[in-house]
Design a protein around this ligand. Structure first.
Ligand code: EPU
Length: 357
């Protein structure tokens, strides 16, 4: 086991914020993880599990021991007339796995193409796009308890998935105090493998307006899974900055959900507000629209900016490998200024989506 000290993290976070890990260990297998947890010098150290770094804001050097998850592996677990179950190592790149499943003839993940990050991080925020969320294809995951070293398997119910949410984002003590969720596993586990269940009877999910537009544009009403994959890639490339070129962490805020009464109040303030009714009677508001309406699109504070083509995405205006980029503090200052102006105008407090470290 090699513990590296003062490791630059700029290349390991998609915002490309300059920060260091005081110490970092690469975890290529479950045995590597056990070795760290059994090491007398490391066992009691605070630990931070790092995947693709595509959903974090680093606000300084990381003092906890960074466990960089690099466990690879893709295999078919079982196949029956209903579904194909596959198992993926936590370090696998999400998008490459989506592409691979299509090559194998196992569709079902195509709407989630081009989402940055790793397999192990996907359940943490229940990644979602174009009408499909990870939870729709999730079977179970294997994890290791960072304090006891014990291996455990969690099913979907135990992961408590919600919109960009799971048990892995909640701190149990804080949430009990808030009266929300009794069990939180934030920072307590390292996810080592994820199993996905892909339905044998495939039906394209084309409900989102952007995909409807593509169907018309291409004059194609029954696309193949690969076509849907290509469409999703094209839509994302047109709207979202590529983290390899412009530092960002995707959508910076969650789309808020409001009651019909709250929505009526907001429509009273601005009739153009983009909103979608949900099955449970609540209404989802487009956070991008709220931010845009407050005039933030294309604006910046220091080196942190609002992406000109999608107001929900905050960007680092510095070079991805330069020293002149935004600090995590600048990103958070911009985020707070956006929250304040959206709150003052619409009475809605936007909730940040990435994890602030
Ligand atoms: N809009 C504006 N101004 C903008 C951008 C968008 O007014 O600058 C309005 C448009 O009317 C648009 C609406 O906002 O119709 C919604 O925008 P978009 O379709 O781009 O989707 P989104 O709600 O902003 C969500 C996810 C994305 C996901 C897309 C597609 C969240 C927080 N974000 O974005 O996820 O790719 O839908 O499903 O739910 C991510 O989580 O990092 C992410 C990129």
């Amino acid at each position: 086991m090699l513990v590296q000290n003062n490791v630059p993290l700029q290349a390991y976070n998609s915002f490309h914020i300059v920060a260091k890990a005081q110490s970092l260990v690469r975890i290529a297998s479950e045995d590597d993880l056990r070795e760290v947890l059994q090491d007398p010098a490391l066992a009691d150290e605070p630990k931070f599990v790092l995947g693709g770094g595509s959903n974090i804001v680093l606000t300084g050097d990381v003092k906890a021991l960074v466990l960089k998850m690099e466990i690879m592996g893709r295999r078919l677990v079982r196949e029956d007339e209903r579904q194909v179950v596959i198992e993926l190592g936590a370090g696998e790149n999400w998008h490459e796995v989506v592409d691979w499943t299509l090559q194998q003839g196992w569709p079902g993940l195509e709407n989630l193409a081009l989402i940055p990050g790793t397999m192990g991080a996907a359940p943490v925020q229940n990644i979602g796009a174009y009408g499909v969320e990870l939870q729709d294809r999730f079977e179970s995951l294997d994890a290791v308890d960072l304090s006891t070293g014990k291996a455990l398997t969690l099913n979907a119910a135990q992961c408590a998935f919600g919109y960009r949410d799971s048990v892995f984002k909640h701190d149990s003590a804080a949430d009990v105090a808030l009266g929300q969720q009794a069990i939180g596993l934030k920072g307590r586990l390292a996810i080592v493998r994820v199993r996905l269940a892909l339905p044998k009877v495939w039906k394209a999910e084309l409900g989102y307006a952007d995909l409807q537009k593509r169907m018309q544009l291409e004059n194609c009403s029954s696309p193949t899974p690969r076509q849907v994959f290509d469409w999703v890639c094209a839509i994302r490339r047109a709207k979202l900055p590529d983290p390899a070129e412009i530092g960002n962490a995707g959508s910076f805020f969650k789309n808020p959900t409001v009651t019909p009464e709250q929505c009526a109040d907001i429509i009273g303030r601005d009739p153009a507000v983009v909103h979608y009714p949900l099955a449970n009677g609540h209404i989802k508001l487009a956070a991008a629209w709220l931010i845009d309406a407050c005039g933030w699109r294309g604006k910046s504070m220091g080196q942190a900016g609002v992406y000109p083509h999608q107001a929900l995405v905050l960007i680092n205006r510095g070079a991805v490998d330069g020293a002149d980029g935004a600090t995590g503090g600048e990103v958070m200052m911009l985020a707070r200024a956006i929250q304040t102006s959206v709150y003052e105008r619409f009475g809605i407090m936007l909730e940040p989506e990435p994890v602030v470290v």
